[in-house]
Design a protein around this ligand. Structure first.
Ligand code: NDP
Length: 446
């Protein structure tokens, strides 16, 4: 039995009922085969067995009181997966679907993604099954305060530095930071995605969407092409989706879709700057639903319960959630002319979809490379906090762009080196893995 098959069987047996975690591990391990063959030291030191076991998992009760005086109980998590190359780093997700398997998949992915950024960050992820949708600001604040009342003992600027993810944006990071500061009596860079007046980095809100777009531009540049004039699909309507639209517009492309968990809007004339300003107010200010867009802008339509993938396009930026593109969707995308996927979301393409993209030889930028811009700028926020400095927009954006280019080039050259030219899955996984695995070897059996 191959080393990978053996480890995969153990992972499935030891982590029952966690299909998303199995999926993420399988995708990485399968693509590591060429590196494992070339470097027997990894098997000899049982690196895969160690890499697939989180260093620490914290699960806790989060009690809070709603506006009607009822007691509510949620479950909180923090997965501290791997600290070989730096303090644990990764977002918090507040969504009713959150459970151990989702957060372990996200934390595992984060280990490789953070390694690819070239910054010193280990991998972690956390969150809760709390649903902020429809909750008042007061309820969200009380929830965040209760969540941090337990989490604060496990995190710190040199230990574990959480950020946002689905359901955790600027408002939630503010409440979480306030409670941490109160409990510790310390003002430190313990969270990223903070407000710019109190330690946040410029460009952090934009970073994931901008980064996924820069990654797409890098892939296109390898064939002397660019986003200029390209019709693009974006799914989701949250943080990543919004700033993907902004950057695609700036680079001359046209975005014709957005979505949320209820449905999709299609606007053939393009979501320009003015329409995007409406979306930002709708989603971040009024916290409304994307169907309102179609009532507001003539010529656009809302399709209830649909996803955008059957709309003809040149490029697609899935930016909502995991497994939002299946094999059938992938075939439709390619048939309709799509030649590039850049994943803003984490694991949005299921294994069948990934296979279609690879078989068809289209540009496929997997999330752990394409959406690494968010955590990269979080790393830059940590650097600014530790020096009590803040850098200009231009400086952070230039660094982000440089990092995305380096990630692209390293994934591409690693894929080539290991005999899978233009396969960014193999390239990103091996490049991310080798750095972490070698650090683990250096540090002994810990
Ligand atoms: P937000 O909460 O800001 O937005 C999420 C969007 O996706 C919303 O429009 C939401 O719709 C939609 N969505 C969420 N869950 C589902 C679902 N189960 N089915 C359909 N639509 C869904 O989150 P972000 O934009 O921050 O995150 C989006 C993706 O990007 C996630 O996969 C996240 O892990 C990934 N990511 C985020 C980073 C960041 O910096 N924020 C960094 C790297 C990756 P609705 O309002 O209906 O829930």
């Amino acid at each position: 039995m191959s080393y990978v098959t053996e480890v995969m069987q153990t992972v499935v047996a030891r982590n029952p009922g966690e299909p998303e975690f199995h999926q993420a591990v399988k995708e990485v391990l399968d693509s590591l085969e060429p590196a494992l063959e070339r470097h027997p030291k990894y098997r000899a030191n049982r690196i895969l067995e160690r890499l697939t076991e989180p260093e620490r998992v914290i699960i806790f009760r989060v009690p809070w009181q709603d506006d009607r005086g009822n007691f509510q109980i949620n479950r909180g998590f923090r997965i501290e997966f791997n600290s070989a190359i730096g303090p644990y780093k990764g977002g918090l997700r507040f969504h009713p679907t959150v459970y151990l398997g989702i957060l372990k998949f996200l934390a595992f992915e984060q280990v490789f993604k953070n390694s690819l950024t070239t910054l010193a960050m280990g991998g972690g992820k956390g969150g809760s099954d709390f649903d902020p949708k429809g909750r008042s600001d007061g309820e969200v604040m009380r929830f965040c305060q209760s969540f941090m009342t337990e989490l604060f003992r496990h995190i710190g600027p040199a230990t574990d530095v959480p950020a946002g993810d689905i359901g955790v944006g600027g408002r939630e990071v503010g409440f979480l930071f306030g409670q941490y500061k109160r409990l510790r009596n310390e003002f430190t860079g313990v969270l990223t995605g903070k407000g710019v007046n109190w330690g946040g980095s410029l460009i952090r809100p934009e970073a994931t969407g901008y980064g996924a777009t820069y990654f797409a531009e890098e892939m296109l540049a390898t064939r002397g092409d660019s986003l200029e004039g390209k019709v693009c699909l974006v799914s989701g309507a949250g943080n990543v989706a919004q700033y993907t639209v902004e950057k695609v517009n700036q680079l001359g492309g046209k975005v014709v879709s957005l979505s949320d968990s209820n449905g999709t809007i299609h606007d053939p004339s393009g979501i320009d700057e003015e329409k995007l300003a409406y979306v930002l107010d709708l989603k971040n200010g009024r916290r409304g639903r994307i169907n309102e867009y179609a009532s507001h802008f003539r010529g656009s339509q809302y399709r209830d319960g649909a996803r955008p993938w059957d709309i003809p396009c040149d490029c697609a930026f899935p930016s909502a959630t995991q497994n939002e593109i299946n094999g059938e969707d992938a075939k439709v995308l390619v048939k309709n002319g799509c030649t590039l996927i850049s994943e803003g979301a984490n694991m949005p393409s299921d294994p069948d979809a990934v296979q279609v993209f690879l078989d068809q030889g289209i540009f496929y930028g997997p999330g752990k490379a394409a959406n690494a811009g968010g955590v990269a700028v979080s790393g830059l926020e940590m650097a600014q906090n530790s020096q009590f400095m803040s850098w200009s927009r231009e400086e952070v954006d230039a660094r982000l762009k440089g990092i995305m280019k380096r990630i692209h080039d390293s994934a591409r050259s690693t894929a080539e080196e290991y005999g899978h030219p233009a396969n960014y899955v193999v390239g990103a996984n091996i490049a991310g893995f080798v750095k972490v695995a070698d650090a683990m070897l250096d540090q002994g059996l810990v």
